[in-house]
Design a protein around this ligand. Structure first.
Ligand code: SRM
Ligand code: SF4
Length: 571
């Protein structure tokens, strides 16, 4: 059940914390009662992640508070568990209200189709979770060393096959949930059952996985969930309109550390084809192989991608086949063409329509002239369908009847938000991670500089007459890769304040990683480097050639590998 750490290496500290935690309880209750600090202990901070919570502090205030000799401005980030990103209007209204009453007050849509609250004070966490619970929402396993929020194409009602894919994603999400009642006891005041059966984590074991684990389902030709970046991926295969099974992919992952060549982004391998009834049993076999063989001595080497790199895909496939009793058939051919969310109105097979709404960086708030939070609240008040969060931090208003359509349009128009989708293709294909001021790992700005970066880059695409071309741009504040920047045609990855590594040349459809073009440039320098490349793209591109393909073919030196350093010659 447990991993086999090399005899010479001690287990990573988190392994001891998990083992001693009594299935994720730790001493959290005592910490919550301690009103002398807004924080919790470091050990408990590792455990709250399994409950969807991160202790953070406002980094904008750090220096000033330090000078005044005061404690950091601690608060919590909470990530909701929302398989496939589906929320009802009633749930939207609860989340909207909780953000206003007990958190930052913005709502943040994430790159894995869920909501995050920021700025929740320690004493407000429990009431917030309890209100979420009343709305049938929770944050169990949204973070931590377990199977995280499962991604799936966001608009299942477009076809019967998509609906089936969504159902499989949901079923796998439920199946892979931890069994501990720790969350219910700590946050929902559930009584401890005296004398009952001892709790067992049958699938995970008492120390869960060596590291986080992510699953995504996808239906070609859209690769909206970036399936090759997931630890476990299911690529739906249709014959005609009928779902016949999935190609299973394993070992994707994007996190790396600057200057540590032992860490790297990796695209998943394809194991083969399975029929739909085997989704859970194969998923469990993948997960248990990683549970037993993942590296529990070094968290920087603990993801499934390294287990597969170290032991080989043939060994891994054998393990999964043995454990599941399922033999993989040869993978079927798949063809991905896009990652872009459908924007605007789209008709569905069930007679309803949905409206895809672009939200820059997934940040929903009210700003002067841009009252998005209010508009979406008003829509939730009259909407009879539901909301879907997309893998690119956008939202779709789904299940809209013919009669409701003008009402939704009127609300957006009243607030001046009916032209949000009429933005450049670059903007519609952009993402950024949260970074400063909340993310404790940020080395540079991300979400807060995206508007400025877009404003600088967009005119170059217009001048080169390629503004209608979909080009993916993704920015992160550090190399962990939360906005999947290594799969972007233009990727900027923070190194230090206003210093970014620039990556170019990924394939737009998520099938090829980008490569390092400049190891450390300011944003202005990145724009200066990109300007002549965009101009050349307008003049020299081949018919239908994407920006990433052009950079890969004509701009990047042949030896510019993912790990290469050295700046790109732009002359
Ligand atoms: Fe992430 C850690 C935000 C998707 C790779 N990520 C973090 C933390 C929790 C920072 C921390 O550990 O203290 C960030 C919280 C920032 C904040 O203030 O909110 C954070 N990650 C995010 C989100 C909110 C970015 C966003 O702007 O949407 C995404 C939440 C997804 C969700 O709903 O579950 C988010 N993170 C990702 C992705 C993309 C994906 O999964 O599709 C990745 C790359 C894929 C992967 O995992 O390989 C990603 N996050 C990481 C890593 C690096 C993991 C690694 O293997 O090295 C860390 C750091 C860590 O785990 O040690 C990290
Ligand atoms: Fe934070 Fe880095 Fe993730 Fe951005 S990429 S949210 S800076 S951990």
């Amino acid at each position: 059940m447990t991993s086999e750490p090399s005899a010479s290496k001690p287990l990573a500290a988190n392994e001891t914390i998990k083992a001693a935690s009594n299935l994720l309880r730790g001493t959290l209750v005592a910490d919550l009662h301690d009103t002398s600090t807004g924080a919790i202990s470091e050990d408990n901070g590792q455990l709250t992640k399994f409950h969807g919570l991160y202790l953070q502090d406002d980094r904008d205030l750090r220096n000033a508070l330090k000078k005044e000799g005061k404690e950091k401005a601690f608060s919590f980030m909470l990530r909701v568990r929302l398989p496939g990103g589906v929320a009802t209007p009633a749930q939207w209204l609860v989340l909207d209200k909780l953000a206003g009453d007990l958190a930052s007050p913005s709502l943040r849509l994430t790159t894995r189709q869920t909501f995050q609250f920021h700025g929740i004070l320690k004493g407000d966490v429990k009431p917030l979770i309890q209100e979420m619970h009343k709305a049938l929402l929770d944050s169990i396993a949204a973070c931590g060393d377990v199977n995280r929020n499962v991604m799936a194409p966001p608009n299942p009602e477009r076809s019967a096959a998509l609906q089936e894919v969504y159902n499989h994603a949901r079923a796998w999400s439920e199946f892979a949930l931890p069994k501990t009642r720790a969350y219910h006891e700590i946050w929902l005041d559930e009584e401890l059952v005296a004398g009952g059966e001892p709790e067992r984590e049958e699938m995970y074991g008492p120390t869960y996985l060596p590291r986080k684990f992510k699953t995504g389902f996808v239906l070609p030709p859209s690769n909206d969930v970036d399936v090759y970046s997931q630890d476990l991926g299911y690529i739906a295969i249709l014959e005609g309109d009928k779902l016949v099974g999935y190609n299973v992919t394993v070992g994707g992952g994007l996190g790396m550390s600057h200057g540590n060549a032992e860490t790297y982004p990796r695209l998943a391998d394809v194991l083969g084809f399975i029929t739909p009834e085997h989704v859970n049993v194969v998923g469990e076999a993948v997960l248990s192989t990683q549970r037993d063989h993942g590296d529990r001595t070094n968290r920087k080497h603990a993801r499934l991608k390294y287990t597969i790199e170290d032991r080989g895909i043939a060994w891994f496939k054998e393990q999964v086949e043995q454990r599941s009793g399922v033999t993989f058939a040869p993978a079927r051919a798949v063809h991905f063409t896009t990652i872009e969310d459908p924007h605007g109105w789209h008709e569905c097979a069930d007679g309803t329509a949905f409206y895809g709404l672009h939200i820059l960086s997934g940040r929903i708030r009210d700003e002067a002239g841009w009252p998005m939070k209010t508009a979406l609240r008003e829509i939730a008040e009259i909407h009879t369908g539901d909301f879907r969060l997309t893998p690119s931090q956008n939202v779709t208003i789904s299940g809209v009847s013919r009669e409701q359509r003008p009402k939704i349009e009127a609300i957006l128009a009243k607030h001046g938000l009916h032209h949000e989708n009429e933005r450049s293709r670059l903007r519609l294909n952009s993402m950024s991670c949260v970074a400063l001021p909340t993310c404790g790992l940020a080395l540079a700005e991300s979400e807060r500089i995206l508007p400025q970066l877009l404003a600088q880059l967009e005119p170059h695409f217009v001048q080169a007459r390629v503004e209608s071309q979909a080009v993916s741009l993704r920015v992160t504040g550090c190399p962990n890769g939360c906005a999947r920047p290594y799969l972007a045609e233009i990727g900027l990855v923070g190194r230090a304040p206003n210093k970014y590594a620039l990556y170019l040349g990924a394939k737009y459809n998520g099938e090829r990683l980008n490569r390092l073009a400049a190891p450390s440039v300011t944003l202005d320098a990145a724009v200066e480097m990109l300007a002549p490349i965009i101009k050349r793209y307008g003049q020299e591109r081949l018919p239908e050639e994407g920006f990433g393909d052009f950079c890969d073919r004509a701009v990047l030196p042949a030896d510019a590998t993912f790990h290469s350093v050295g700046t790109l010659a732009t002359a």
